[in-house]
Design a protein around this ligand. Sequence first.
Ligand SMILES: Nc1ncnc2c1ncn2[C@@H]1O[C@H](COP(=O)(O)OP(=O)(O)OP(=O)(O)O)[C@@H](O)[C@H]1O
Ligand SMILES: [Mg+2]
Length: 479
Amino acid sequence: MCADTRAPWLKENMTTENPRPNRSDKPRRPHGGKPSFNRGAKPNTNHRRHRDEPEEKFIRRAIPDIDTPFTRMGIDARVAINLPGLGIETPSPIQEKSIPGIVEGRDLLGLAQTGTGKTAAFGLPMLTRLLNIGRKPEPKTCRALILAPTRELATQIAENIDAYAAGTPIRQFRVVGGASINVQIQRLERGVDVLIATPGRLIDLIERGAIDLSRTGYLVLDEADQMLDIGFIHALRRIAKMLPGERQTLLFSATMPKLMSELADSYLNDPLRVAVNPPGQAAAKIDQGVHFVSQGDKAALLAEYLSKHSGELAIVFGRTKHGSEKLAKLLDKWGYKVAAIHGNKSQGQRERALASFRAEETQVLVATDVAARGLDIPQVAHVYNYDLPNVPENYVHRIGRTARAGRDGRAIAFCGPAELGELRAIEKAMKAKIPVVGGEAPAEAPQPARGRGGPGGARPARKRPARRPSRAPKSAQQG
Ligand SMILES: Nc1ncnc2c1ncn2[C@@H]1O[C@H](COP(=O)(O)OP(=O)(O)OP(=O)(O)O)[C@@H](O)[C@H]1O
Ligand SMILES: [Mg+2]
């Protein structure tokens, strides 16, 4: 991808005034030159102390004297210094809008399109607060808890936190199912600064007395609307009850249906609400299209598309584990370098599939919704919705696996004759039509007569279930 395809927030240079006083007597050094280390400098105390935590400072390490757009928003220099090496130089809109409030200690609901840097939007200010306020974790406790819906996303967040916190004393630990619980219990003995977990495994650990959340001052729900949906809400309620009421809570997602939004409020205390775009929209640089095709012709059509861009990474989303596996085997037989990820795979297989795809040893990843949310593989150029998702918001997340951090991407949905209802529900949720790029749309079923579907009013093409199915991939619910 060439540089000029990137979003404006990647091109711009921030010129905001410096709201943070320079506490050292030396002039600030713009980042980019060799940083000096001002050993005498105190950590930033220019924000509200967290409600509950003691004032004791536990970190007395060197603080680089740097001046960057992130330090100007209050991010600790020990964290900010790691960002240019990660390609993070100019804050994205969600980062710009949410970081100052989080540094101040406010609860926050942050909504922004896929691939726009929400992980750093919660991760950087949370690390800043952990560095500047509080103390080392007690045994069997964590100071901050980040919950994510899938094991793979939890792993990715853990890697991001490690990268942001490199060189600081802050340590993260990730607990997910499919890995040895005894090893996790042992590690938690010492306590941990940041615990990143899937809800199922966290509940197991709580039940075994391995972790006590009563001293956890920060809670982050990534993919918050999914965490609040029926697949996770019971676990989340149990977990939230164990956390102190006086805590900072941060909720982030690219989508937030109204129903979830009301539920979200019950977890937040006087929150800031930050929405970069109207929530639920697809990332701006995704070139979307829908191709109408019979179910039986989908595999051949997919092969046709894939052969047009061999060598580029593509994710193909199927609805079921069995169907996805079958499709992966077929593509493999046809000579594609393909990996599959779904809930019927062992954790080792899932990790290997993702690793080979990230390393571009395989070009096609066939996946269920277990890979729909949060995964950041910048080289993914194409997403195919082989089957349309039955939860409309998941379409936005699925196609959001491409066009990340301002890159371009293409997303094609294959719509079978029986999937028209799903297509229209997706368009309704996004408040946008998906352009038709191939095939012929089946006739729309007439809408029911106003009021009730009597003899004069036909039923919609496909009746949607009265109660939404769980959005949580089964494997994730298991932890
Ligand atoms: N300020 C920035 N400048 C450039 N790149 C950035 C910036 N912030 C984050 N990134 C990069 O953008 C990519 C996407 O970030 P991230 O995974 O946090 O997105 P997201 O908003 O959480 O997406 P999703 O909704 O899919 O979870 C990552 O590769 C990250 O390193
Ligand atoms: Mg994310």
